[in-house]
Design a binder for this molecule. Structure first.
Ligand SMILES: [Cu+2]
Length: 125
């Protein structure tokens, strides 16, 4: 039974065309033309990889905190945030086209960035 389960997992991993990458325990999945980047927000941190491939990037953002949060990316001529805040326990996706470069990520809710919800990330070639 156990070995059957392990075999099934191995098959699934081998058959998956994308690949998982981890930076400090936070992950992204490379896609055909970019990446899906997993983001976790709480009071008052943004947990996510600090480097991931440029291209069409979808941020899959989960609010694991007790308060509403949002997500904003700024840099290389773009500035975009979620149209509505994410409530506790909820998720939201935001897709942006990123050229290689350095971007600021922050929670745009007043005061949150100063409390720690801010970091710099790099979209790599
Ligand atoms: Cu916030």
């Amino acid at each position: 039974m156990l070995w059957t389960a392990i075999f099934a997992v191995a098959l699934f991993a081998a058959g998956c065309s994308s690949s998982q990458h981890s930076t400090n325990g936070q992950t992204y999945t490379r896609t055909a033309n970019g990446a899906v980047v997993n983001v976790s927000e709480d009071e008052y941190h943004i947990h996510m990889p600090t480097a991931f491939p440029a291209g069409m990037v979808t941020f899959h953002i989960t609010n694991n905190g007790q308060h509403n949060h949002n997500f904003k990316i700024k840099g290389m001529g773009i500035e975009q945030q979620l149209p509505t805040d994410i409530m506790p326990g909820q998720t939201a996706d935001m897709t942006v086209s990123l050229v290689p470069g350095v971007y600021d990520i922050l929670c745009p809710i007043v005061g949150h960035a100063d409390l720690g919800m801010r970091l710099s990330v790099t979209a790599t070639q």
